[in-house]
Structure formats: structure tokens, C-alpha cells
Design a binder for this molecule. Structure first.
Ligand code: HEC
Ligand code: HEC
Ligand code: HEC
Ligand code: HEC
Ligand code: HEC
Length: 358
């Protein structure tokens, strides 16, 4: 009965994410909270605001769709949906931006499973003990090809995430390939960690890969373990050391601003506070501008891949003083939000990633 309903759904609506929900409800509900679901003009206020000021807007060419709203099967406005990832066959590298090469065969998905890495699974029954026990393998709705290496190294993410250059050939964001080469640690292992709950309702598993995608909008604190905060005393005062263990700049796109807050307490009373910001500022002819119009980088002190940033403070610490270091970020600063006419307050608030006391 369930499958009859399913096939009616397929005929009526085509293969979209809601269909996948029938058998992958946990993954679907995580995905709905992710920026991949919310990557469209309607759901992402920042994306929309930038688009309103974008030179392509006047020409009516919504080229952003290639990554923010790819049309794989069925209609547009799905965001980066299940098929936008699971049908990626390969990635074609280009200077302006890479391109995903999508699998055209219907109902054939790629995925990762280290125990089946040389297999393509088509739904079938198996029986054991001379037919006494039978069970099924695979999905009644789709085939899965586990042989695609891109899903084991994180390269599958790089069709959209590698880089994007504007018309002045300036890279607006760039993630080095290095982070998508190792099977041990890559985009997937850090941003899609295994969490409790079954991947499907048919074949029960204890855990599944988290589909909310950890990031600035979703459970950012779970990524904080990849950032080290330390203190070092010297003759003139002390330094805070920030080590970014990610294989890419701590924040990868130009609107994000990271901030270190340092507070020195003397018997619980704050006697010294200081803030330092880390960002990449784009400009045109030395004046700050929105990234699509830029022809230069005015300033870039963002914490780079595997960099240890040392921030010095000229304040001598005595024995009864305590230092609190807080590292966090703005999705968009109040100043930039104003320029882009963004009203929402929860986009401009400071988010704490990590706090350490010394
Ligand atoms: C090559 C793929 C690609 C294209 C084309 C593209 N983007 Fe993006 N965009 C991304 C990715 C990937 C991110 C996430 C970046 C990150 O966080 O590092 C992103 C993030 C953004 C953000 C930040 C949103 C946030 O979360 O705060 C804005 C704004 C944005 N894009 C605007 C645009 C606009 C406007 C266009 C079209 C003119 C466009 N993008 C075209 C891939 C693309
Ligand atoms: C009728 C139920 C059903 C529907 C509908 C369904 N799936 Fe599945 N799917 C399964 C089952 C069962 C498995 C596990 C098969 C196995 O491991 O033997 C699975 C496995 C997968 C896997 C691979 C998991 C792994 O081991 O790595 C992916 C990816 C996947 N499905 C994506 C999708 C997408 C995308 C959709 C929607 C277009 C979808 N599925 C719709 C039942 C379904
Ligand atoms: C060692 C773990 C690690 C690996 C590997 C890793 N990242 Fe990250 N990533 C982080 C951390 C830490 C942050 C910053 C904290 C945050 O965004 O909340 C981050 C931030 C990001 C962001 C920005 C989120 C935002 O909204 O500003 C994107 C996009 C991203 N990573 C994509 C990738 C891609 C693509 C790869 C593979 C090439 C990758 N990451 C590999 C740890 C990792
Ligand atoms: C941004 C890319 C992306 C999107 C969007 C995406 N997936 Fe995945 N999915 C992956 C990757 C990569 C893996 C392999 C993760 C792993 O095994 O560590 C995966 C794994 C899976 C698995 C196997 C999980 C496990 O741990 O066994 C299923 C099932 C699945 N996806 C279904 C879906 C469904 C359903 C949707 C839409 C609601 C979806 N995916 C959206 C990239 C994506
Ligand atoms: C089809 C294009 C596409 C693919 C493939 C893709 N992404 Fe994204 N991703 C985007 C876009 C677009 C955004 C920005 C959405 C926005 O903010 O509007 C984004 C945002 C993100 C973010 C930021 C989330 C946050 O909370 O701010 C992370 C992390 C991320 N992607 C990780 C991944 C990983 C890991 C993979 C590979 C498994 C992947 N993406 C594959 C297009 C893609």
C-alpha cells in the first residue's frame, strides 16, 4: 500500500525532496533546517538582499541558480535539494566557478558507504537458510552507486564551494582543494558528522550523516572543536593564539566577520576589555563596495587555513587576574545589513563560538 501511494506521488509531483521524506524522514527534517534548503531568494534574506543590488539583476539573468537553486529534475525553487548532491557524477573545473556534472539516468543516486565502495545496489530480495528467512537489500525506489570517489573525499562539495569569481576576475570566496582530498578528514567528516537516528525507515541504522550541515546558521558550536584558543604570557603582557584547524579560511564568504573579545577580570571585576575583528573587505578603487562590484581586496586579516593568529595585548597580568577569551562572529554586521536594507535583527547579532578562561 505504501509503495502504491509512493508511485502515485512520483507520477503527480516528480522526484523532489518531499518524496525522499517518505523513507528518509530524519534526514529530511535536518535538511529543512539547513542553508541548503534555505539557499533560495525567498528563504535567504542575505542572498536576496545582495541579488537586489547585483548588476545581473537589471539584465534579469539569475545566474545564481546554478548553485543556489539547481534544477535537476522537476521544477525550480527547491534550493540545493537532495538531487542537487546525490546525482553529482563528477565536477568540471573552471576558472570562474566549477560546474557539477549531473547523472541523467532517473532514480540513480550516488552515495558513500565504505563497506560497499565497489558496489552498485539495485533493489532485490535475499534469502538465507534455504529460503526460510528473506529480506531485501537496497531501496525500492532508487538504485545507489557507491563507487563514486568524490563522495569519499568531499570533492562532491567542490562544484559549488570551490570558488566564485566576479566579472573583474576577483575570487569572492575560495576553498582550497586540499580540504577535499583525504578520506580521513574532509568537508563531509567535519560538516556532516554521524548523529543518532536511522538513515531510512526501511533499513534501520543506529546513526546517519547529519544533513543540517554544520555552519554559521546551524549548530556552529559543534565546529568549535576545530578551533584552538590559547594564551601566552610575555614581558609586555599576553597574547591570545587562535588556531584554525579547518582546511579553509575560518569564514569563507565576504559578509561574515569573526571577532575576538578579551576581558581581564580582577576579583570578578572587568578591568580591561578589547575586541579585534577578522574579515575580508572588498573594494573598488580603494573604496569599500559589495563583492560583485569589487576590483580589489582592501583588507584581509581573516584567519587562514591551518593558521595560528597571534593577537598581542599590552596588559601585564598579575596573579589574581583572570583572562576570558571569546571567539565568535557576525553572519552580517549591523553596518553591512543597513547598507543592504536587511532588517532582521537575528542576522546581525553576535554569535559565540568558543569561550576559554585562563
Ligand atoms: C559557483 C556557485 C555559486 C554561484 C554561481 C553563486 N553562489 Fe552564492 N554562494 C555559493 C556558496 C557555496 C555559498 C556559501 C558560501 C560560504 O559560506 O562559503 C554562497 C553564499 C552566498 C551568500 C551568503 C549567504 C549567507 O549565508 O549569508 C550570498 C549573499 C550569495 N551567495 C549571493 C549570491 C548571488 C547574488 C549570486 C548570483 C549573482 C550567487 N551567490 C551565485 C555558491 C554560489
Ligand atoms: C520507498 C522508500 C525510499 C524512497 C522514496 C527513497 N529512498 Fe533512499 N533509500 C531507501 C532505502 C531502504 C535505503 C537503504 C538501502 C540499503 O542500504 O540497502 C536508501 C538509501 C539511500 C541512499 C544511500 C544511503 C547510503 O547507504 O549511503 C541515498 C543517498 C538515498 N537513499 C537518497 C534518496 C533520495 C535523494 C530520495 C528522494 C529522491 C530517496 N532516497 C527516496 C529507501 C527510499
Ligand atoms: C577540520 C574540520 C573542517 C573541514 C575538514 C572543513 N571544514 Fe568547513 N568549517 C570548519 C569550521 C571550524 C568552520 C567555521 C565555524 C563555523 O562556520 O561555524 C567552517 C566553516 C565553513 C563554511 C562557512 C560557514 C558559514 O556559513 O560561514 C563553509 C561553507 C564550509 N566550512 C565548507 C567546507 C567545505 C566545502 C569543506 C571541504 C573542502 C570544508 N568546509 C572542510 C571546519 C571544517
Ligand atoms: C549538500 C549535499 C547533500 C544534500 C543536499 C543531501 N545529501 Fe544526502 N548525503 C550527502 C553526502 C556527502 C552523504 C555521505 C555522508 C557520509 O556517509 O558520511 C550523504 C548521505 C546520505 C544518506 C546516507 C546516510 C548514512 O549515514 O547512511 C542518505 C539516506 C541521504 N544522504 C539522503 C538524502 C536525502 C533524502 C536528502 C534530501 C532531504 C539529502 N540526502 C540531501 C550529501 C547531501
Ligand atoms: C549544488 C551546490 C552545492 C553543493 C553540491 C554543496 N553546497 Fe553547500 N552550500 C551551497 C550554497 C548555495 C550555500 C549557501 C546557501 C545560502 O546561504 O544561501 C551553501 C552553504 C553551505 C554551508 C553553510 C551553512 C551555514 O550554516 O551557513 C555549509 C557548511 C555547506 N554548504 C557545506 C557543504 C558540504 C559539506 C557539501 C558537500 C557534501 C556541500 N555544501 C555541497 C551550495 C552547495
Amino acid at each position: 500500500m505504501r509503495y502504491i501511494l509512493l508511485f502515485i506521488t512520483v507520477i503527480l509531483f516528480g522526484a523532489n525532496s518531499k518524496l525522499c521524506k517518505t523513507c528518509h524522514p530524519t534526514i529530511y527534517s535536518e535538511y529543512k533546517e539547513s542553508m541548503h534548503f534555505k539557499s533560495t531568494l525567498k528563504r535567504d534574506a542575505i542572498h536576496n538582499a545582495l541579488w537586489q543590488k547585483h548588476p545581473l539583476k537589471q539584465k534579469g539573468e539569475y545566474k545564481c541558480a546554478k548553485c543556489h537553486n539547481p534544477k535537476i529534475e522537476g521544477k525550480l525553487d527547491n534550493g540545493v535539494d537532495c538531487l542537487s548532491c546525490h546525482k553529482i557524477k563528477d565536477i568540471k573545473e573552471h576558472t570562474i566557478a566549477n560546474t557539477n556534472i549531473y547523472e541523467k539516468k532517473p532514480r540513480l543516486f550516488y552515495s558513500k558507504d565504505i563497506t560497499r565502495r565497489d558496489k552498485k545496489i539495485t533493489y532485490h530480495k535475499t534469502s538465507s537458510f534455504f529460503g526460510l528467512f528473506s529480506s531485501t537489500v537496497g531501496s525500492p525506489y532508487h538504485d545507489i552507486d557507491y563507487r563514486n570517489k568524490n563522495y569519499y573525499t568531499g570533492r562532491v562539495c567542490m562544484g559549488c564551494h570551490s570558488h566564485l569569481k566576479n566579472s573583474a576576475s576577483l575570487a569572492l570566496c575560495q576553498i582550497p582543494n586540499k580540504g577535499a582530498q583525504s578520506e580521513k578528514q574532509n568537508c563531509i567528516t567535519c560538516h556532516m558528522p554521524k548523529v543518532l537516528g536511522s538513515a531510512t525507515t526501511i533499513k534501520i541504522t543506529k546513526t546517519h550523516a547529519y544533513h543540517g550541515f554544520l555552519g554559521a546558521f546551524n549548530k556552529p558550536q559543534m565546529l568549535a572543536k576545530y578551533i584552538d584558543l590559547n594564551i601566552k604570557k610575555d614581558a609586555n603582557g599576553f597574547s591570545i593564539l587562535i588556531k584554525n584547524n579547518a582546511p579553509h579560511p575560518l569564514f569563507t564568504q565576504p559578509l561574515r566577520v569573526a571577532k575576538l573579545k578579551v576581558i581581564v577580570l580582577d576579583k570578578q571585576k572587568p578591568i580591561f576589555t578589547k575586541e579585534v575583528k577578522f574579515f575580508k573587505l572588498f573594494g573598488k578603487d580603494n573604496k569599500p563596495t559589495i563583492p560583485p562590484l569589487a576590483n580589489m581586496v582592501i583588507k584581509d586579516n581573516m584567519i587562514k587555513e591551518n593558521e595560528t593568529k597571534v593577537v598581542k595585548f599590552n596588559h601585564k597580568l598579575s596573579d589574581n587576574q583572570k583572562v576570558i577569551a571569546i571567539l565568535g562572529y557576525y553572519k552580517i554586521t549591523p553596518k553591512s545589513a543597513k547598507k543592504l536594507d536587511i532588517k532582521s535583527k537575528n542576522l546581525t547579532s553576535f554569535v559565540e563560538l568558543k569561550r576559554v578562561e585562563f
